[in-house]
Design a protein around this ligand. Structure first.
Ligand code: ADP
Length: 241
């Protein structure tokens, strides 16, 4: 059940933001999209999510054409940098919300929603936060809850756009470790956007280095570090002077 991206292109006005992206993400992989600001990472993520469409190229999952499917039909979990939790809802209700907006055929019964949410709270080790409101949480706790909400729908693919970008270094490190653990036990297929190479290299099974709308290199972190494929990759990783 892989996600296959082929020759994807996207232009905004005169700016060609994606210039032919080819990438296959396998079931259970954690991929980091790494690159400087403006390299097209978020645009690629938005197209995968069904929030934007390419001018050319294809996107399929498990053999099905995703460009023909709505965002809800794709069943994507999304975590953004800025917490999009509902301030008037408790943690429990925020996590349950994701389930209530699923297409009717995928939506669980009410009683099952409660048990799914309880299961997630415990899986994510945030049981103690269940009845709190977002304003009563730290930044790191809010991102754990945001991940809970994204995972509640049992997403086919989980997309994370600089989810820890607004947090301080120590919290980021803790959350990275926690996310890696959650990812491994849940077996989710995840794509993580970051401009922070330490984050990408520590977290990901494979790192995809983007620059100017193209993929410069894709590979295991060690492989990229030991054998940067282009001078851009070497410079970006600080491997040349
Ligand atoms: P990244 O996530 O790597 O920082 P983005 O995908 O956000 O890169 O943006 C890539 C380029 O596309 C930037 O130059 C940005 O200004 C431009 N861009 C993104 N979305 C739009 C849009 N809706 N309209 C016009 N330009 C856009």
């Amino acid at each position: 059940m892989s996600l296959v991206i082929s020759h994807l292109a996207r232009r905004f006005g005169a700016t060609q933001v994606l210039r032919g992206i080819d990438l296959t993400v396998d079931q259970g992989e954690l991929i980091a999209l790494l690159g400087p600001s403006g390299s097209g990472k978020t645009t690629l993520l938005r197209i995968i999510a069904g929030l934007d469409w390419p001018d050319a190229g294809g996107l399929s999952f498990d053999g099905a054409d995703w460009l023909a499917k709505s965002a809800a039909e794709r069943r994507i979990g999304f975590v953004f940098q800025h917490y999009a939790l509902f301030p008037h809802m408790t943690v429990r209700d925020n996590i349950a919300f994701g389930l209530s907006v699923l297409p009717r055929s995928d939506r669980p019964a009410k009683a099952q929603i409660a048990s799914t949410v309880d299961g997630l709270l415990s899986f994510l080790q945030i049981e103690g936060l269940a009845d709190r409101y977002p304003a009563e949480l730290s930044g790191g706790q809010r991102q754990r809850v945001a991940l809970g909400r994204a995972m509640a729908i049992n997403p086919r693919v989980l997309l994370l756009d600089e989810p820890f970008g607004a947090l301080d270094a120590q919290v980021r490190r803790d959350l990275r470790r926690w996310l890696r653990g959650v990812h491994d036990s849940a077996g989710t297929t995840s794509i993580f956007v970051t401009h922070d190479q330490e984050e990408a290299f520590e977290l990901a099974d494979r790192v995809v280095v983007m620059n100017g709308g193209v993929i410069e290199q894709t590979g295991h972190p060690d492989e990229i570090y030991d054998h940067p494929a282009t001078s851009f990759v070497a410079r970006f990783l600080g491997l040349t002077v």
